[in-house]
Structures are given as C-alpha cells and as structure tokens.
Ligand binder design. Sequence first.
Ligand SMILES: [Zn+2]
Ligand SMILES: [Zn+2]
Length: 349
Amino acid sequence: MAMEFIGAETRMSQMRKDVFTGRWVIVADTATVRPTDFRFKKFVRDAAFCPFCETNEASTPPEVFAIRSSRSSVNGPGWSVRVVPNSNPRLRVEGELGRSSEGFHDLMNGVGAHEIIAETPRHDLSLHELELHEISDVVRAYRARIIDLEGDKRMRYVLIFKNHGEEAGAHTTSHSISRLMALAVTPRAVKTKLMIARDYFGLKERCIYCDVLQQELKGRKRLIAENDNFAAFAPFASRFPFEMVIFPKSHSSAFSRISPEQVGSLAQILRAVLQKLDRTLGSPPYNLWLQDRPFLRPRGGYWNTIEDDFHWHIEILPQIVRATGFEWASGFFYNPVPPETAARCLSPA
Ligand SMILES: [Zn+2]
Ligand SMILES: [Zn+2]
C-alpha cells in the first residue's frame, strides 16, 4: 500500500544496526508521524464455504491435535483450537530426506510437516478479538505441536507463523489461523540469529536478548506493553513501521518449556499489542512468527551453549510498506517511522 506522510517533517535519517541479525536499517527522522497517516480499511471476511469453521470438520484432513470439550468427539464440533494437516502441503510428512547433490547444488526431498492451526471455531473473529482463555489455548496448541514434532528425528525446526489480512499472505482463507511448518533444516534467518547470539555469549557470557531486554525496560522509549512475564517493544533497528517483538522476561531458549503461568501472560500481552495495532492503525495486515531454537539432537551440529545463549521470542510485522528493489538488492531496509515514534503512537500516555 502506498503511504503518504502528511505533515511529516524529515531532518536527518540514521543508519541503525540490528544487534540480533547484523542487518542495517535506515530510519527516517520523522518525529511528527500521526497514526491517522496509516489508517487501514476494516478487514472484510468472505462468506464462502470455510473448512475451518465449526461443523465443517469433515472438509479437512483428520485433526492431529485439538482442545475440545470432554463431551465432543474427535473430528466433530465442540473445540476451541483445532490443528489439521494442510490439504495442499508444501512439504509432506511421509518419506526419507534423500539428501543428494546436483553438481554444486544440494537438494533433498520435500519432507516436513505443514499444518493449520484453526485459532477459533468462529469465522467472524480475529486472534485479538478472542477471550484470553481462547488465546491461551492457541498458545497451548503451539506448544503441543512443537513437543510432538520434536519426536520426529528427521525434523530440525518448527516454524509457526501467522498471516493476517490478504496483503500479509492470507489468500486462501479469511478464517483466523496460524500456520506451522516442520523443517528438516534450520531456516537461515534463525541460524544467523543463533550464530550472533553464540558469539556474544562467547565474549560476555551473557544472553544478548536478556541484555537488550534490560536496556529496553530501563529506557522505556521503545516499550509498547509489559506484564509480569513478557515485554513488548519496537526494536531499535525496526525494518518496517510499527514492527514489534515480544520477549519472555526470564531467560529460556525453548518455547516448549513455557510454564502454565507464562501461557496466560503471553496470551495477555499478545492480545494487548494486537489490539493496540488494531486501534491505532485500523486493522492493518500483519505477519507474526515464533523464533524458537532448533531441536537439539545428539550430533546435530549445534553448540552446547545454545540453551544459555539463545532466547526465544515473537516478532510481529505489520505489512504497511512493501520492500522495494533497494531492500532486495542491499539487504538493508528503509523505515520511514522511527521505532520510538511507533512505540509512542501505540502506547498513548
Ligand atoms: Zn471459517
Ligand atoms: Zn536471555
């Protein structure tokens, strides 16, 4: 979507380096951005037949996980969260990896898991409109699927993400869902973070995420929300306007070890920041994803400090401006809204 900055007064931009990825971002010095500059149209859902709605359970592959009432039966109505394999998967769970090469190029079979997590039985609600106990069930479903897939020795990593709104990639359904892909390789974006966190730990014997979190909690100028167990803030080198991260306050490398108390806290802060986004910008499309550590297998090629040096977190990226040739070619980003301004807009005093 094209964006205009009415009344924005630009002085000198800054180049900022992201400590977690080493990526550079050009951040505009635009102190006078108003949230009304970014108003989005209300998200409209289609009324076509939806396989993820309650009572349409027979239209999906059989469920692999569900949180449902004790009186309900498997693959029937009466659930709050339901996980099913994708009927048109990008990766398939059957078969061997079959690693091979073609000259210089490595390849392997498309083995993995591709699942859909229906966050609610209702078609008319978004994640941030659910009750806290319902969002807690979504978090529990994430954890249950990760723990289950960790048992599959072929898998290295589980990526859980969400596309909200068509501009964020939600083309196939307007039902509120998360997507899960179990992968036989660790994604490059995660590997970069892992290696930088390991190097920092090697130097300082501290977790880089814990250190940055302490600084953000002290400075508070990029802080968006906080509760007993989590903090949400706009990263110092935000790539896009209104980008957010959620960090657990106590150090943990693995999302699957989230405590029952943290589940409720995560649901609370997730709902809070997504509601802020919705209130401030009027239902923008966004992507959300979990950055967890890979599965630690014996002889898996990973270092033994990973439990101490990596810190799981969630990233939320509103799709307000598109990447252009500059971003693709350079790996840099240009962000017209400083994260300090974004945090101020999202947390009105
Ligand atoms: Zn639906
Ligand atoms: Zn940490």
